[in-house]
Design a binder for this molecule. Structure first.
Ligand code: DGT
Ligand code: CA
Ligand code: CA
Length: 577
């Protein structure tokens, strides 16, 4: 079976981590990580390239040495360099890397300073209070480490959507290519656009005798066949992701899709409605006295219980059945409703491309306007802008707008909210912008009341427009900071300002339920990419999924407005009311 780019990238990432722990030259570490990233985003399939070239293929961004190692992995399934590192370092150190919050830097520090070589060593060091004095760990490090070790015992791994989405697309295409297959649909939490997915559920219909199960178990990333049968199989992929496949007859397609889309709680409610009408609803169809009365389409299942079709993102037992019955289902926002992006970075700070290139990429993504919002000076690690550099950026935006790139460029900033709630740049500088996106990037650990007061104070700033990633959480392992988001939403409603739904798949912040709370309070949400490169606008799709889970319609989304409608909303905020 051919080795995928993902598998090679995973080997390179592991080598990078182990080299860093072993104290290797940082440039070597970086070379492996860059190569892993390149392999993941490359359109060139390494295994095919090796087979075709018969030697070491050239891949842009990967030097000869690493290309040779990639070819070695393709040919032998192993990498001698990784085997050497495993021989040098205790295997238990690799386990440490899997704990949330422990990257190679911290593992190295724990190893060098305290001799920690295993999870058990770590638990003892944390329990005896030897960690909080280490530079870069902090007061609550021990609690967090002990919690992470405890959680590890019980937790089953979940996968972020951005990890699963490419695999889902590729697998679906792989299955569709089998002769006789008529439909392939991804169901489960993935179809409901859950921010994380436990396993992938795929539904297939096909003509009798079609060999889709065999094709499924021969997919190239399959590491293990957990279960295999004529209508149902389960495999585990190299990434650890499990995939269930079910083959159903055409007439059961809708019932099976509804059943396997879930959620379980939603299904139970629908089934109960059926029971009240003397119907039996299962994954094979809708039945009255063993006579099939529906199930070929999802619509037919819902219609059998007197409901309109309910979008998958709403199927969470959060009032969607009552809303459907009352004809009050929202018309959910769609990707094509998005007219602009209000949070975008350039290479002036931590982005990778120029203003011009970001604007052109935004235009090519179909947007009508884009706001350039680089970091402010307080965020020194990102080389944040001071007043002078911000003004220069404004001049460049004026020039580009005069030139006319086919997209309007707005002047903005992602300004740091300082510890006391002040914004990181002078009022005059902020007042010259079209919008001010403000964000917490420091002092995550403030007590709830202080944190909330800090953010409310920032929102009162005359030039404040949008609160970026309001909870600060990051998937999988940075919890939200402690803040009263209910109070933040109420304040935004009073003040007439906006909250962001940051569409980065590791953020998706606001979460679904907070989006819904914002909507209920009449606060509009900006679904922004926070793009750091031209390819970064693709994440808007994840933001849309989360927004739909939060019941948002087009009117609830700030940047679903055209520029002409948007401008007065921004101006009303910036003091010219
Ligand atoms: P996940 O995989 O943890 O992210 O979440 P789901 O929702 O994809 O759950 P999963 O994969 O266990 O099952 C897929 C769907 O199949 C689930 O959403 C509803 C349906 N399902 C599974 N087990 C049951 C069950 O015992 N009863 C009912 N009514 N539906 C079930
Ligand atoms: Ca699932
Ligand atoms: Ca499943």
């Amino acid at each position: 079976m051919a080795v995928s780019n993902e598998r090679i990238a995973a080997v390179f990432d592991e080598i990078g981590d182990l080299l860093e722990i072993a104290g290797a030259n940082p440039f070597r570490v970086r070379a492996y990580r860059n190569a892993a990233r390149t392999l993941r985003s490359s359109g060139v399939d390494m295994a095919e390239a090796v087979a075709a070239a018969g030697a070491v293929p050239h891949l842009p961004g990967i030097g000869h040495d690493l290309a040779e190692k990639a070819a070695e992995i393709v040919r032998t399934g192993h990498c001698a360099a990784l085997d050497d590192l495993h021989a040098q370092l205790p295997a238990t150190i690799v386990e440490l890397l899997k704990l949330p919050g422990l990257g190679p830097k911290r593992v190295k520090k724990l190893h060098d300073a305290l001799g920690v070589r295993s999870v058990e060593d770590l638990r003892r060091a944390a329990a005896s209070g030897r960690i909080h004095d280490l530079a870069g760990f902090g007061d609550t490090a021990e609690e967090r480490i002990l919690a992470a070790i405890a959680a590890r015992a019980g937790a089953t791994e979940r996968f972020r959507l951005d990890m699963v989405a490419p695999v889902a697309g590729e697998l679906a295409a792989w299955l569709r290519a089998e002769p006789g297959v008529t439909r392939v649909e991804i169901a489960g939490s993935f179809r409901r656009a859950n921010e994380t997915v436990g396993d992938l559920d795929i539904l297939v219909t096909g003509i009798p005798g079609c060999r889709v199960m065999e094709r499924f178990t021969h997919y190239r990333d399959v590491a293990e066949i957990v279960e295999s049968g004529p209508t149902r199989s389960t495999v585990r992929l190299d990434s650890g992701l499990q995939v269930d496949l079910r083959l159903v007859p055409e007439e059961s397609y809708g019932a099976a899709l509804a059943y396997f889309t879930g959620s379980k709680a939603h299904n139970i409610l629908v089934r109960r409605l059926g029971q009240e009408r003397g119907l039996k609803i299962n994954e094979y169809g809708v039945f009255r006295d063993d006579r099939r009365i529906g199930g070929d389409s999802e619509e037919s299942v819902y219609a059998a219980v007197g409901l309109p079709w309910i979008p998958p993102e709403l199927r969470e037992d959060r009032g969607e059945i009552d809303a459907a019955r009352a004809g009050r289902l929202p018309r959910l926002v769609e990707l094509s409703d998005i007219r602009g992006d209000l949070h975008v970075h350039t290479r002036a700070t931590d982005g990778r491309e120029s203003i011009r290139d970001m604007a052109l990429a935004a235009r090519d993504a179909g947007l009508e306007y884009v706001a350039i919002t680089d970091h402010s000076r307080h965020l020194a690690v990102a080389h944040g802008l001071d007043e002078r550099r911000l003004a220069a950026q404004g001049d460049e935006i004026d020039r580009l707008n005069a030139e006319g790139l086919g997209i309007a460029i707005l002047k903005g900033i992602e300004v740091d909210i300082l510890e006391d709630g002040a914004l990181d740049l002078p009022d005059e500088a902020l007042g010259r912008l079209d919008l001010v996106v403000a964000a917490v990037h420091s002092h995550f650990e403030l007590p709830r009341d202080t944190q909330t007061a800090r953010i409310l104070r920032a929102m009162d700033h005359p030039h404040f427009t949008i609160l970026a990633h309001p909870s600060g959480r990051r998937l999988p392992d940075r919890a939200p900071f402690d803040v009263d988001l209910e109070a933040v939403i109420r304040h935004a409603a009073r003040r007439g300002c906006f909250l962001e739904l940051n569409a980065q798949p590791e953020r998706l912040d606001l979460t679904d339920t907070w989006c819904r709370a914002a909507k209920e309070h009449g606060v509009r949400v900006a679904i922004d990419s926070d793009a750091h490169s031209g390819a970064g606008f693709g994440v808007l799709a994840y933001g849309i999924g989360q927004a739909r889970r939060g019941w948002l319609g087009r009117d609830d989304v700030l940047n679903a407005r055209g520029l002409r409608e948007l401008r007065p909303l921004l101006r009303a905020l910036s003091g010219e009311r």
